[in-house]
Design a protein around this ligand. Structure first.
Ligand SMILES: [Zn+2]
Length: 725
């Protein structure tokens, strides 16, 4: 680590071996941070830092001449005080992997750490701002963006932007957006954990965006946010500038956050990466980075990740012990690997104990039953919801001892829905402590291998005055009418951090526990959740087309094993159509959400074969292969396809789906990631008479032709490079 400490006009540089006096202002020269894909240069000016340039080796260089905007005021001693930042020190490691620029302000006494790091040798770099309150009393801060940019770009440069809608309740019509960025272009994408589906144009986005120069060499950059609270990304082109920012969502305005004495505020971490060779190449690098840096390291070490699961929601709230036992027995016969007990097992919302009539022998006994036949056991718990149960251990919304944990008061006659009550604010320490005890009890006493959360666990807003977030009822400095309704971003800031803390602690205690993120389906697909759970429910619609669409979208930015599709009961016409529905949900993490005991003997055999194939041939490619979107997004009418190819294994697979089109019996897909000069053995799982040898050149330039005799059927085409001796 090298430290450069600024002292009046002198600069002291210290190394591990001792101090060296240097006379030049070392930060005059750009500070460089790099990975194999991303090279960024930064400046540490006397009153503020800057991002000077961003580039990928062999690609465009994006330059910025403006300083980063740092907060310019803070509430202290009853009034807003101007904040003047002065450079204090620059720390960087010798390998160019991390950099910390420190600024200080004397009145009030604050320290700002401008942090950059490259956690992997490839992919993006990450950036965070931490503001420490060095006073002994609280300070309130306005919104500090995580990152802003103001690239100089020639007005004639052809650019396009890409962003991805969340799968939420149902995938939108477009899902994956690619839009030309013309002069005057303005865009904003927001993310929270609870937005309703609404019209397609108002759908929340996975907090990520990409900008590509559409001329050769198709280079560009992408920016994502590692946070599950209310965040936003923006982009605007005006003349020769391309500007925008990322961080906490400033809407609905007047954001304020309170930092206790000796406490700190940390902006959501963002990642910034550069690429050349187009957005598919960027996606491959990003997904590898997410898998290596954000994803739980144990997952990719376990060869059975992602698991094949059976979920009880096919029975809805009517699930009971007898049904669950027969589903477990059948799941084991089918070769599935986990039984996942969904909502319906508990006494009531907030009362997370087994329903005495439906599960008279308790949950642990059922878990043991699953374990006995070789299955893991997972369970749904909406652990931030309070209900009306008065049984011992229940979280009752009317209990005067816990009523202020709720985000709002509820009328005395208010009734919870069958599996949803009122959210408690886990940013409030006593509420969080109850959740910690409850999560620990559930995992321990119910013998869980997997815990699924649901509902809006990052609170939507909160009116309480005694919680750590800024409040309309009682701000740090007394009543502030202009804060009314404006604190939802700060509520989400504290609640998201509490969610991470709870899950980090749970993982420490139960390192083999799997955590599924679900928020009414795919509302929490973000990079903060990716870093604290093991997989996502990507949409709350479970038909074949919704599954393929949600997967197509989210798989641009997140590793395929994390992306869970639930496969619901489907009125299959025949076995080909049955297998089509299964495969539509088998491109990442697959959970069967239907009572498989109702399947016919032929369907059982077909499913057994499909699951065995998944475990032996598909899963290794889903885990280690590069994913290519080799068709347009599925529309249910036309054909669609998706390719995995693993250069290490020299193997790949193409999932091919024929839509409802009655006339088009064949389609062709240009494959990617192959060696043009190599020969490939091409094997058709369902139609082996089509097997052939084809050159990489032909597969990539003329394409892979596939015929399917009936609409809404599918094929798996395995591609194996033939060793050339
Ligand atoms: Zn609150």
């Amino acid at each position: 680590m090298t430290r450069i400490k600024i002292l009046r006009n002198f600069v002291l540089a210290s190394t591990l071996s001792g101090l060296v006096l240097v006379t030049a202002f070392a930060t005059d020269s750009p500070l460089r941070l790099s990975t194999a894909d991303t090279v960024i240069t930064l400046s540490a000016g006397p009153e503020g830092p800057g991002v000077l340039s961003l580039a990928s080796p062999g690609g465009e260089t994006w330059t910025d001449h403006r300083a980063q905007s740092l907060i310019e005021k803070a509430q202290w001693n009853g009034t807003w005080q101007p904040v003047h930042w002065k450079l204090a020190s620059v720390d960087r490691d010798r390998q160019g992997r991390s950099l910390t620029v420190v600024y200080e302000c004397n009145h009030p006494h604050l320290r700002l750490l401008w942090l950059w790091q490259a956690r992997d040798s490839s992919g993006p770099v990450e950036h965070t701002i931490k503001i420490e309150n060095l006073e002994s009393r609280p300070v309130a801060l306005p919104l500090q963006d995580s990152l802003s940019f103001n690239w100089s770009v020639p007005a004639s440069k052809p650019l396009c932007q890409m962003w991805i809608d969340k799968g939420a309740g149902k995938p939108t019509a477009t899902g994956t957006h690619r839009v030309a960025i013309s002069d005057g272009y303005r865009w904003e994408g927001t993310s929270s954990s609870y937005a309703p589906d609404g019209p397609d144009e108002s759908r929340e986005t996975i907090p990520w965006m990409l900008v590509e120069a559409t001329d050769e060499p198709h280079s560009g950059w992408y920016l994502g946010i590692e946070f599950s609270g209310r965040t936003s990304l923006s982009l605007a082109r005006e003349g020769s500038t391309l500007a925008g920012k990322a961080g906490l969502n400033p809407s609905p305005g007047s954001f304020i956050t309170q930092v206790p004495g000796a406490g700190s505020f940390t902006t959501p971490t963002v990642f910034l990466g550069a690429f050349s060779g187009g957005s598919e190449a960027a996606g491959i690098v990003l997904r590898r980075w997410v898998a290596r840096v954000l994803l739980n390291a144990a997952d990719m070490k376990s060869p059975s990740y992602p698991l094949l699961a059976e979920n009880s929601w096919g029975e809805g709230m009517e699930i009971n012990e007898e049904r669950a036992q027969s589903m477990i027995a059948d799941a084991a016969r089918l070769g599935l690997e986990m039984f996942h007990l969904d909502a319906g097992w508990f006494r009531g919302v907030g009362d997370w104990y087994p329903h005495p009539q439906r599960f008279p022998h308790g949950i642990a006994a059922l878990a043991d039953r699953a374990h006995h036949v070789g299955l893991k056991f997972g369970m749904w718990v909406d652990w931030t919801q309070a209900g009306t149960s008065t049984d011992p251990g229940a979280l009752n919304m009317h209990d005067p001892r816990t009523r202020n944990w709720l985000t709002r008061d509820v009328p005395a006659d208010w009734k919870p829905a069958p599996f949803k009550g009122v959210t408690i604010d886990i940013g409030y320490a006593p509420a969080r402590a109850w959740c910690a005890r409850e999560l620990n009890r559930l995992v321990r006493d119910d013998h869980l291998d997997m815990l699924e959360h649901d509902g809006y666990l990052v609170a939507e807003g909160c009116t309480r005055g005694d919680h750590p977030h800024a409040s309309c009822a009682r701000s740090l400095l007394g009543p502030e009418p202009w804060l009314i309704g404006s604190n939802s971003t700060d509520v989400s800031y504290h609640a998201a951090k509490a969610y991470y803390q709870l899950y980090e602690n749970l993982r420490l205690k139960y390192p083999h526990l799997l955590l599924e993120a679900c928020n009414d389906g795919g509302r929490m697909i973000d990079f903060g959740t990716a870093a604290h759970t093991d997989y996502f429910s990507i949409t709350d619609s479970y038909d074949p087309l919704s599954n393929r669409r949600a997967f197509y979208d989210a798989s641009h930015v997140l590793p395929a094993p994390m992306l869970e599709c639930y496969v619901e009961k489907y009125p299959a016409r025949d076995l080909a159509n049955f297998t089509y529905a299964l495969r539509s949900g088998m491109m990442g993490w697959c959970t069967i959400m239907q009572d498989t005991t109702t399947w016919t003997v032929e369907q059982h055999r077909a499913a057994q074969r499909a699951f065995q194939l998944y475990k032996t041939r598909l899963r290794p490619l889903i885990r280690s292969g590069d994913l290519y979107h080799v068709s347009a997004r599925p529309d249910g009418v036309h054909w669609d396809a998706l390719e995995y190819f693993s250069p290490d294994r020299k193997q790949g697979v193409v999932y091919v789906f024929r839509g409802s089109t009655p006339t088009q019996k064949e389609d062709t897909f240009l494959l990617e990631g192959l060696q043009p000069g190599s020969q490939y053995q091409v094997d058709f799982e369902d139609h082996p008479s089509e097997n052939r040898r084809v050159s990489g050149h032909e597969l990539m330039r003329r394409g892979l032709a596939v015929s399917l005799p009936e609409p809404e059927s599918s094929e798996l085409v395995f591609i194996t490079e033939i060793r050339s001796d």
